[in-house]
Design a binder for this molecule. Sequence first.
Ligand SMILES: [Zn+2]
Length: 623
Amino acid sequence: MIERRTLLGATLAAPALSACATIGSDNRASMPALPHDPHSYAKPDEARVLNVSLNVRADFERKVITGTCTLTIAARDDAREIVLDSKGLNIGSISGNGRELPFTIGANNEELGAPLTIQLNGAREITIAYESAHDADALQWLTPAQTASGKPFLFSQGQAILTRTWAPTQDSPGIRQTYDVRVVVPEGLKAVMSAEMLTPDGEPAEGGRAFRFRMRNPVPIYLMSIGVGDLVFGSVGPRTGVWTEPSVLERALYECADMEAMVRTAEALYGPYRWGRYDVLILPPSFPYGGMENPRLTFLTPTFLAGDRSLVSLIAHELAHSWSGNLVTNAVWADSWLNEGFTSYFENRISEALYGEERAKMAQVLDWAGIQTAIRTLPPEYQRLHLRTDVESQGDTSPIVYDKGALFLRTIERTMGRQRFDAYLRSYFDRYAFQPMTTEKFLADFRERAVRGDAALEQQLQLDAWAYEPGLPSNAQEPHAATFDQVDAAVAAFNANGALNAEQWQGWGTFARQRFLQTLPRELSRTQLDALESTFSLNETGNYEVAFNWLELAVNNRYEPSVPTIERFLTSQGRGKFIRPIYRALWAEADWGRPIARRVYAQARPGYHNLVSTAVDRIVNGA
Ligand SMILES: [Zn+2]
């Protein structure tokens, strides 16, 4: 995913390796030992899900997914029960071997939901009749007024632990599952999924149209995702294309033109793309994230459609997850840097190969600034790559998980040489394809295959300091981008005498503009803000990243002429990365900002995803 979610707070015991006890010989191969996942109730060393088969209806009237979920299970010979994750699900009946199976639903935890424990009575295939809650966290049901097409829309977001709100299964990233789905949607709408599409045009079904899908590769189930709406497809290359609402297609195809080249570039770096097609689904503006790497079908925010392809590194990021994350997956969320740090590093390598070293360097410098802020502001226990799950998560750890993670890999690359490190990474993805990974296992593998007892190299790398200690080890190197020297000089000139150069700004790309706005002093006078606005027309920019950096300044300095832009910004999209900080900044400007926040939020809230409105509720209710 891009962005940058605050990781899950931990509620259960700290992780520990659980031994894989006696397993029946039939099942041994399908039940390798897994580390304990504090974010799941599953007991995978006793019984685990191998395949999820959904036969459901997307009921737009009642805003629920309803139908059956059939699970294929591997279990120890002596296993009496299987424990699933479920949150808010209404469970009807459960059957297996032609009989009803007794089950219990345990105490509900606000974050994790409840354990659903089913007596197996020897069954290895069970069918659960169920329905999701109308406010399931994973699902957003958009009204016709909230979409470009004027037709309703549904999308799901499974990561990190939300799949359990729309399908009863073992929702732990270490438990890989295949899936097949038959979903009935209202006539006139089309369903797409992170899976092979078996019925492109759908089939007649009672009360609508049925679409069938199949994911043959075992994946962590947070990747099972669905989109339903007035969707059309545009081809980009032989195995790449764009799904979106009709009126967005042309802009989307322009922006996504490099997708096929990106897949080729990624393959040249780290080996074959193993998922068949690589398509993207451009969602309505309320999608709460930048992107989500659902296999075969990345989900994307429309806010990256800048009109000049300047924000397409978002696609490089989600594509890179086809290796780091979807192919080799963090076994527990405390190790999410293995997904996100690897992917951010890989994203930067794709950018470098396609758009040149300078563009890659600029991204690195912007990330470096973010890491520095995180290290200044986060408590030390949140600055480790391997996150602790026995402490409550506070603040945004994404600069650590994403950017410090990428910096770690870049440091290894610099120390041992690019060629050697690339060869190692390629073999790592081959050897661990379709398997879960932990920090401990990665470091052990890297030592065995790459360090090979070279004591001098071991000392230079400082592997354990990177993974387990706060701050940055002494071998971290600050990146430099020549383009930014010019930008930094422009900031200095503005600070000294108010000088601004409109022509220079016109020549700058998104990164340079972001650097300029991010390095301006946080306190600016009305005269300075007027000068910035009149020279660069910042209130009118169509680039969301640039607008965000500008509006943070505008809010911090109570700049009245930006209020209509703030209002438009907060009501036209629902991307959490942009939304939360602006409300937080408004709230901090008490007598000036709070009335604005309240007024805009009253209008915008119905358009936000649950995940975002829950966070903003906390801000505006002063919690
Ligand atoms: Zn990501």
